[in-house]
Write a protein that binds this ligand. Structure first.
Ligand code: PLP
Length: 360
């Protein structure tokens, strides 16, 4: 039976990449050992990381104005690193909030610096909506403006980018990176925990504008210091070597698939199949306004929560796994990242339709 994994993260990775990694597990580049067992300062490893960065730069069209860092600590590590590196005396870190992760970033930021939170989300008659980017009440001055373009739990995606207002724009792209085209120049820091569209958890990609590396910020652990990491080629300490290798393989695979434009078309098509079905059904519902529905994470609710357990059990028997919604919001959630094939979404819709007919 084919299993389709709808987990929000750690999430499904391209099967082709996993098969290649399996073949190389005990013998990488004919070295007779795996990539996890060699020095991160050895020539083969250094060549791999160089090509990894070059590949990501090609995929996202990242200019020389930016450093690309491969850091530890996942997305949440950056919740702390951003205020620690970007703090300016007397100016707040501004957090645009529209869901659980942007709220979490704000809470963590408040441990280190003064924060100003701006709520852009409305919940009216059970429908979640967000204010358009040009209506956000951003202060003229801030040490940075942080937002989360895709709220993984709430299923809310912000497609426009805020205009810079005398403050660097920082985006938590953990669950949206490489899923659609963006203009990196619109941002000052982009960070993304790897475990959705990139590779194993723990690794975090940080794309940081070089001009920010001169900010003094706050006293901080060296491991979270962008300037130190940039100077050390992301090897201040031993990097997560296997995660880095697998990220390189995923980037190579994405390039071979046609890069980000191809992923964007693929993701749009998948999301349309699922949302169109949910909208056409009286049995299922999604609570997000159409213009800001996530293309990556699709939360949906059954007509009655009393059917949730049965739905999950039968879905699993049909090979459709990890559909349970996040514990904070309930319901179901189908995460359909880059690696989810269209056949997986079709199989999910077929199953949902059969289930609805049996329980209407
Ligand atoms: N930000 C977003 C948008 C996420 O979806 C997640 C995790 O799912 C995180 C941050 C936290 O990432 P991590 O668990 O790698 O710290």
């Amino acid at each position: 039976m084919t299993v389709y994994n709808f987990c929000a993260g750690p999430a499904m990775l391209p099967p082709e990449v996993m098969k290649k990694a399996q073949q190389e597990f005990l013998d990488w580049q004919s070295l007779g050992v795996s990539v996890m067992e060699i020095s991160h300062r050895s020539a083969p490893f250094l060549a791999m990381v160089e090509e990894c960065e070059a590949s990501l730069r090609r995929l996202m069209n990242i200019s020389d104005e930016f450093e690309v860092l491969f850091m530890h600590g996942g997305g949440r590590g950056q919740f702390a690193a951003v205020p620690l590196n970007l703090h300016l005396d007397g100016l707040p870190g501004v957090y645009v909030e529209n869901g659980i992760w942007s709220g979490g970033a704000s809470q963590e930021g408040a441990r280190f610096t003064s924060v100003e939170s701006i709520n852009i989300r409305t919940d009216k008659d059970g429908l979640f909506d967000i204010q358009p980017v040009d209506k956000w009440q951003l202060p003229a001055d801030a040490s940075y403006i942080h937002y989360c373009p895709n709220e993984t739990i709430d299923g809310i995606e912000i497609f426009d980018v805020p205009k810079r207002k005398n403050a660097p724009i920082v985006a938590d792209m953990s669950s949206v990176i490489l899923s659609r085209e963006i203009n990196v120049d619109d941002f000052d820091i982009i960070y993304a925990g790897a475990q959705k569209n990139i590779g194993p958890s723990g690794l975090c990609i940080v794309i940081v504008r070089k001009t920010l590396l001169t900010r003094e910020g706050l006293p901080r652990p060296s491991i979270l210091d962008y300037t130190i990491e940039a100077k050390q080629g992301s090897m201040y300490n031993t990097p997560p070597t296997f995660a880095w290798y697998l990220a390189a393989e995923v980037f190579k695979h994405l390039e071979a698939m046609g890069g980000v434009p191809a992923m964007a078309a693929h993701n749009k098509a998948k999301a349309a199949i699922l949302y169109d079905y949910i909208d056409s059904s009286d049995f299922y519902s999604n609570k997000v306004a159409k213009h800001c529905r996530s293309l990556m994470n699709v939360p949906f609710w059954l007509k009655s929560d009393s059917l949730n357990e049965l739905f999950l059990k039968q879905a699993e028997q049909a090979g459709l796994v990890a559909l349970e919604g996040h514990r904070l919001v309930g319901g179901m959630r189908a995460s359909i990242y880059n690696a989810m094939p269209i056949e997986g979404v079709q199989a999910l819709v077929e199953f949902m339709d059969k289930f609805a007919k049996e329980h209407s």
